[in-house]
Write a protein that binds this ligand. Structure first.
Ligand SMILES: Nc1nc2c(c(=O)[nH]1)N[C@H]1C(S)=C(S)[C@@H](COP(=O)(O)OP(=O)(O)OC[C@H]3O[C@@H](n4cnc5c(=O)[nH]c(N)nc54)[C@H](O)[C@@H]3O)O[C@H]1N2
Ligand SMILES: Nc1nc2c(c(=O)[nH]1)N[C@H]1C(S)=C(S)[C@@H](COP(=O)(O)OP(=O)(O)OC[C@H]3O[C@@H](n4cnc5c(=O)[nH]c(N)nc54)[C@H](O)[C@@H]3O)O[C@H]1N2
Ligand code: SF4
Ligand SMILES: [Mo]
Length: 745
């Protein structure tokens, strides 16, 4: 009984290939898919628990409208007409700046966000908020400067490296690389390869390291400066690489002049100098790569730390080379280019904040709603994210949602966010749709997987997220009446359809802006899936580099390429390689001279100013809040907020706060007892877990707690403990350094 179907995991950005056994439209078994060429059978316990995502008591099955404290079922006609009327009304009265769109994509699928952003632009707004801007703004901003354009992100290539540095990254638990646990095991087994972990605590990854630099929390800036100084002092830099590929090195070098590396390492970072020396030598003199993650991104000095990480890689010649740091090939970029130096770039009305890679930071959204500026945000569409648990300062978010004139949530679940929204629109889950993500990074090969549905929609009333956006756009009059020929063309195949559409667009150039809507409406109807039509659109609008690489893989070079490729995609539910980029990795750069533009003048002063003395002073914790709360470990008992049913962790101890033995002794806390934690935002009672996994001076609460499942709340929502002012200059919340105090109850 039952049928095994190929799919992929949607619970983190690795999107491992999965096979699922389906009986009576229920997922009953899951295993890693050996045929997926990227993940090759790899799968973690989250993926194995996919049934909890697809089937659970919180699924929403029909449109709902808020009435009193709850929601009532309404029809699609009522939902779409009321929402679109209200939106047009708000635009009429307050103008386009009143609108924001949030999320729309994530680790499961991203076809909705393309069309969602189109709708936002048609409304006249650019206020897009997403999770990317609470983790990556700093690094994406630096990446944009170095590569000449935002949207060009760069990533390490650890599978082909001999020395892998995990810097503020707990890969054993969080993955974030293909087949991470296999990677770590392979390094361990190979005497030629090394894993260096830079993390204040003995994480699950640190436990498996050849070298663990357990630095004092928040002292990465000093360690980076020291490493760069050591490299220059010992002539370990790659002068040929610097000459050929770095722009502005002469002005950068003085930033590190006279820096006392040994003193910084010993007095600020609390590290052993010889160990740091050896780690630095390995980074400089072996085929090394560095994977930094939230320990850096959501922490103090994130922008200059990301900057110095790039400097470190560049001077050791590890950029754009195999096993180093690569600009990955892509079919579509993760975000757009938004340069804050351009006066046309939108800013927020309250904080005058700019977007990075097209996305505004969620940490300031409550303030952008809760103010009396005539152009404040009044209407919000939220989709595929759960700000009431994922974004900082839940209490501020609750107030902000209550102040909105219109809130719409496109969801599969009656989430904490959906509960506060005026309208909930039910979408099909990622197990019921065709979709894809841009996360399958590598260079030069471009892997692509269009996930295919493994389940029939659990509710006949649910729609693809992208189809819901299309409905709203149509109801607001953004789609003109289209000739019947456009609808009919698709029945003769994709090639025929594209040629009819292209003729139509030539005659009607004024419709260029709504091209994705036209494709979604017409080809989407023929294919029976808006997402599929949008994927065809991505292939059409792909870059020359992608197309040249596809031709090299044997795809036809004429206009039949798209249909041939799409057929191939459909025939490979396990995913396939679509393109092999032909030029070297430096060709991905968008700087005029194709060099790394490492000279970022705005960062010179902050880098110079970070001295041993200034850092020692700034590292001191306020008297009232002497401890550091690490607000949100991404360990294997959390899958962001996707797995709502706590049953998936039944046998595990997950709703605790990790405390070191030394701190527990000082505070008089025993394992298993409840303690009170207090921050600037709020306070909570939580069970103490005494563990060697906690660094002294820090306490840790796992991310994704406080979900209300089937009417009951489980665990502590760590974002209630984060104040929205706990953020940096890019408005990234400092979730890895929230000042707190802990008391025995
Ligand atoms: N199992 C599981 N995996 C996940 C997720 C999940 O929910 N569950 N979520 C996914 C998502 S969206 C993301 S973004 C990733 C996040 O993946 P990670 O970034 O690996 O996750 P964290 O748990 O934040 O680990 C950060 C590490 O930084 C360390 N750290 C804290 N302070 C400092 C410091 O001052 N300096 C340094 N050098 N290190 C420090 C912490 O001790 C911790 O071990 O995980 C992804 N994978
Ligand atoms: N304090 C603190 N906060 C954090 C973090 C932290 O470490 N500490 N980590 C942050 C990080 S790194 C990230 S990436 C964010 C993630 O935060 P979010 O971007 O909010 O992502 P998820 O928590 O995964 O929420 C996904 C939502 O999408 C819904 N959903 C599932 N399938 C579908 C679908 O097919 N369509 C639609 N429309 N919706 C669907 C789910 O029910 C869920 O409500 O959280 C961040 N928040
Ligand atoms: S590593 Fe990520 S994508 Fe792979 S099975 Fe685990 S949660 Fe899913
Ligand atoms: Mo994330």
């Amino acid at each position: 009984m039952g049928e095994w179907k190929k799919s992929s995991c949607v619970l983190c950005a690795q999107n491992c290939g999965l096979e699922m056994k389906v009986e009576n439209n229920r997922i009953v078994k899951v295993r890693g898919d050996q045929d997926n060429p990227r993940s090759r059978g790899y799968c973690c316990r989250k993926g194995l628990n996919m049934a909890h995502y697809a089937h659970n008591a919180d699924r929403v099955f029909y449109p709902m409208k808020k009435v009193g404290d709850g929601h009532e079922r309404i029809s699609w006609e009522q939902a779409i007409s009321e929402i679109s009327e209200k939106m047009l009304d708000i635009r009429e009265q307050h103008g386009p700046k009143a609108f924001a769109y949030m999320g729309g994509g994530g680790t499961g699928g991203q076809m909705e966000v393309g069309i969602g952003l189109r709708l936002l632009r048609l409304l006249g707004s650019r206020y897009y908020y997403s999770s990317l801007a609470q983790e990556f703004s700093n690094v994406f901003w630096v990446d944009g400067r170095v590569a000449g354009r935002q949207g060009l992100i760069t990533l390490p290539d650890p599978h082909r490296a001999d020395t892998v540095v995990a810097w503020g990254w707990n890969g054993w638990m969080s993955h974030q690389e293909p087949r991470t646990r296999e990677l770590i095991k392979e390094i361990k087994a190979d005497p030629q390869r090394r894993l260096i972990v830079i993390d204040p605590r003995r994480s699950e990854t640190a436990e498996r390291a050849d070298i663990h630099l357990a630095l004092r929390p928040g002292t990465d800036t000093m360690l980076l400066k020291a490493m760069i100084r050591l490299i220059l002092d010992h002539g370990w830099e790659d002068r040929n690489f610097i000459e050929a590929h770095i722009n502005g090195w002469d002005e950068l070098e003085p930033l590190f002049e006279g820096f006392e590396a040994r003193r910084a390492v010993e007095e600020v970072c609390d590290l052993d100098y010889d160990q740091v020396f050896e780690a630095t030598r390995l980074i400089a003199q072996t085929k090394s790569c560095i994977h930094e993650d939230l320990g850096i991104y959501m922490n103090r000095n994130s922008t200059i730390n990301c900057y110095m990480l790039h400097i470190l890689r560049a001077i050791t010649g590890r950029f754009c080379v195999e096993g180093g740091q690569l600009y990955p090939a892509f079919l579509y970029p993760m975000g757009s280019n938004s340069d804050e130096r351009n006066p046309k770039t939108w800013r927020t009305v309250k904080h005058n904040m700019f977007p990075v890679m097209g996305s505004f930071p969620p940490a300031i959204l409550p303030d952008e709603i809760l103010n009396d500026h005539p152009e404040r945000i009044r209407a919000l569409i939220v989709s595929a994210c759960n700000p009431l648990r994922s974004y900082p300062d839940t209490l501020a978010y609750e107030k902000a949602f209550a102040a909105l004139e219109l809130s719409v949530c496109i969801e599969v679940a009656y989430s904490e966010t959906a509960r506060l929204c005026d309208y909930i629109l039910p979408c099909r889950s990622y197990m019921e749709t065709y979709d894809t993500t841009c996360f399958n990074y590598s260079y030069p090969d471009l892997f692509f997987q269009m996930r295919q549905p493994v389940l029939e929609p659990l509710s006949e009333e649910s729609k693809e997220g992208s189809a819901i956006i299309l409905e709203l756009a149509k109801a607001m009059g953004f789609l003109p009446e289209l000739p019947e020929s456009l609808y009919e063309a698709g029945t003769k195949g994709i090639t025929a359809h594209l040629s009819v559409i292209s003729a139509f667009m030539q005659e009607n150039p004024q419709h260029a802006r709504i091209m994705p809507l036209i494709l979604a409406e017409t080809l989407g109807r023929t294919l029976g899936s808006v997402n599929q039509a949008l994927i065809v659109g991505l292939l059409v609008s792909s870059s020359q580099a992608f197309k040249a690489g596809a031709a090299a893989m044997g795809y036809p070079t004429d206009f039949t390429m798209i249909e041939t490729m799409f057929d191939d995609i459909l025939a490979h539910p396990q995913g396939l390689y679509l393109s092999k980029f032909q030029e070297d990795n430096f060709s991905m750069l968008r700087t005029d001279d194709k060099k790394l533009a490492l000279k970022i003048e705005e960062l010179f002063t902050p880098v110079k100013r970070a001295t041993i003395e200034s850092e020692l002073k700034e590292l001191e914790m306020p008297e009232e809040y002497p401890l550091i709360l690490h607000a949100g470990l991404h360990v294997d008992t959390v899958a962001n907020t996707y797995l709502r049913n706590p049953a998936w962790n039944r046998s595990r101890r997950w709703a605790t706060m990790l405390v070191s033995e030394a701190d527990a002794a000082r505070l008089g806390l025993a394992d298993g007892e409840k303690a009170r934690i207090t921050t600037r935002a709020s306070s909570a009672e939580i069970e103490v877990e005494i563990t060697p996994r906690a660094a002294e001076g820090c306490v840790y609460i796992r991310h994704g707690g406080g979900l209300i499942y089937d009417g009951k709340k489980y665990g502590v929502n760590v974002n209630e403990l984060v104040h929205r002012t706990d953020r940096d200059e890019m408005c990234t919340p400092m979730h890895r350094r929230i000042p707190c105090r802990v008391e025995k109850i």
